[in-house]
Structures are given as C-alpha cells and as structure tokens.
Design a protein around this ligand. Structure first.
Ligand code: ZN
Length: 382
C-alpha cells in the first residue's frame, strides 16, 4: 500500500537523522562562495564522492573560471525520459564566514552559512536516493541531478547545460529551500537589471550655469518615471536601488546613473516593461539617455504542469503526515529557466527553515528526514 511504502521510507530516513546532520555539517563547513573556484571545486569533489558512494555516475563539467559543475546520473527502473533535479552548490558567503559563525544547533534549528540555501537540499537528495536503495527500491525514471556553481551570480555558465538537460527530461524538481511557511513553489517572478545613464554637460555652477545641463536633474525625472512603472496589482516591481552622479557640489553634473532591479510575474509584463525602459526619453533640452540591461531570468509562470506536480507532491506529503501548501516568490532560481522552456517545474523541495542570505539562516532539523522522504516518494512515483 502506498501509505506503508511512505511510512517505511520515513522511518528509515528518521533512523538516518544523525548521519544526515553530520553530512550537512560537513558540507556547510566546506565553504563554497560563487566567486571562489578553488573552494567550489573542493566542495564539488566531495559532493561527487558522496554521490558515487550511493551508486551514481558523476560527470564533471570543467569550467575555466567558474567552479566546476556536476552532472550526476542515477539509474531508474524504466528507460523513460529522466527526471531532472537542480541544486546549486555556491553560496553568498565568503570563505571565513564559518569561522565567525560555526554550525550551531539551538533546539530543533541548525544555523550556518548556506545551510538552508541550499546545502540542506543536496543532503536531502542524497539521503532520499540512499534510503530508496537501502529498501531495495529506487527512482522510477532515471535521475539527472545537475549541481551548478554559479546560481547566486546568475547561472551564466550553467544555464546552457541546465537548458540542454531540461529539454531531454520529463519534469524538473528544484532543491532550493521551501518557503518559510513550508510551502512549495509553483511560480517565481522573472528578474531583470537595467542601468539608466543620463548624460548632460558640465559647467561652473556659479560662473556659467547656463552652459551646463544637469545629468542629475535629468536622472531625477527618470527615477520618478521608473518608480511609476510599479504595478502592485500584477506583481510587477521596479526598484531604483542605486544612483550615482556628479563630481563636486559646485559643478553642474555631466553624468548620473541609476541601477534598477525589476521583477515580473509573466513574460507579457516583462516585454511591456522592457518596452517602457527602451522608450524612456530625456526631459531636459540637450540631455541624453543610455539604457542597457534586460531580463536575466524569465518568469517561472504558474503553469498547469507546475500545479499538477505540486498536487502530486501534496498527496504524497499527506501520506507522510505533512500538510504542504503551494506558494511562490519574487526571487529567481534555475527553475525559471526550465519552466520558461515549457517543462513542468516544482521548486522548494529542499530544506525547511528560514533566513536565506542572512545571518539568521537555519534549517529545521526534524524536517530533514520528512522532506527527504517526500522527495524520495516523488522520485519513485513521478
Ligand atoms: Zn538558492
């Protein structure tokens, strides 16, 4: 019976709670910031070893400057299209953070840099596969687990292999952390970055003010226009997060620059927003504008395929005594890429906890075996 199979998995994973935490602690202590190839390669070498130990084949995708990526393959019961799992190995924490903030446990919470985003997800995937094997079971489809090293900096070198593997796969599960309320993610906003540069003409602010054109004055008009592109009703957000300009208070500024973050729920909004950026026009006579940038992650829209995956996960979670909601987030992940090429994608299958990218980052320890069991059930049924 399905419920017996679920509970058998759960108890075998619960029996593994201590080694699971030890593996997690080890992986957190192996720091892996996006910018440090040496550290990343150390981390991926260890992760590859752990996957080989559970019978997986590991291919290393060598990178010149970025950290190497891993393509992990686990055999399935059938010869069908594989299931693709995505997990990034990089974190936003520089080497040395672990000395300042060693892994510590307080009650049911374990704290540490990168523990929730997203080393917990790697550990859950490893133990999910191991538990299935230990019970003489296994994934239904072959698994491809792509572990990349540059997600936190835009997945520049890993996007091509992610998209290539996605095109060969049946569906995608992303091992990013769950939302803070435990819900899984069926949507994520698309993200973009723009730079708006105003160009005026410098002049002595006292002697020849009429000869100058203030780039800051021009940019101020543009900042108001940009902020007015916010659409709380549709979820589109535009944030002028940084401005720079001018040289001295007594010089009419010749240049000013705004850096802008944008988020959109769907592609149509993204295209409309992009057109609005391209249509920005200078307001002061003689001033000019340069607009660069665009969307860097397409939106992961809440597609029927994503929702169907969530519904399956919800039903499997209930057998494990876990009520799991559906949610989304304004932050992007590599799931954005796979969803945008039409693959059913379910995100948030990693750790349960909170505080990603912050010093409050933690996972809930008692949730690790249960979330690993949910993942294992998805692997053997999807
Ligand atoms: Zn992440």
């Amino acid at each position: 019976m399905a419920t017996d199979q679920a509970l058998q998995l759960l108890s075998s994973l619960q029996a593994q709670a201590a080694p699971m935490f030890e593996t997690l602690k080890e992986l957190v202590e192996l720091e892996s910031p996006s910018s440090d190839k040496q550290a990343l390669d150390r981390f991926s070498a260890r992760l590859a070893e752990l996957w080989r130990a559970v019978g997986a084949e590991v291919e290393v995708l060598r990178q010149e400057k970025a950290g190497d990526h891993l393509l992990v393959r686990v055999a399935g019961a059938g010869g069908e299209k594989p299931l693709l799992l995505l997990g990034h190995m990089d974190t936003v924490w520089d080497v040395g953070e672990i000395k300042r903030r060693p892994v510590r446990v307080e009650g049911d919470k374990a704290y540490g840099p990168g523990i929730y985003d997203m080393k917990g997800g790697h550990v859950q995937a490893l133990y999910a596969v191991q538990a299935l094997k230990a019970l003489g079971r296994g994934p239904r489809r072959p698994l491809t687990i792509l572990c990349n090293s540059d997600e936190e900096v835009g997945s520049r070198t890993s996007r091509p292999p992610i998209e290539a593997e996605a095109r060969k796969s049946a569906a995608v599960l992303v091992l990013e952390p769950a939302n803070a309320d435990g819900s899984l993610k069926t949507w994520r906003k698309g993200t973009g970055a723009y730079r708006v540069r105003a160009i005026g003409r410098a002049a002595h602010a006292g002697a020849d003010p009429e000869k100058g054109i203030s780039a800051i004055h021009e940019l101020a008009h543009q900042v108001l226009a940009l902020q007015a592109l916010n659409r709380p009703d549709t979820g589109t957000t535009v944030n002028v997060g940084m401005i720079q300009g001018g040289t001295r208070s007594n010089v009419i500024p010749a240049e000013a620059v705004a850096s802008v973050d944008v988020r959109v729920m769907n592609m149509a909004e993204g295209e409309g927003l992009d057109a609005a950026f391209r249509a920005l026009a200078p307001r002061l006579p003689g001033a000019s504008l340069e607009v660069t940038g665009g969307l860097n992650r397409p939106p992961m829209e809440r597609s029927a395929g994503n929702v169907a995956l969530y519904e399956k996960a919800r039903a499997l979670a209930l057998e494990l005594g876990l009520e799991i909601g559906e949610g989304g987030t304004g932050g992007g992940s590599d799931g954005n890429f796979t969803a945008a090429i039409g693959l059913p994608t379910l995100d948030g299958l990693g750790a349960y906890g909170d505080g990603g990218h912050a010093v409050t980052e933690h996972v809930v320890l008692s949730a690790l075996p249960r979330r690993a069991a949910l993942l294992a059930r998805l692997l053997e049924t999807l």
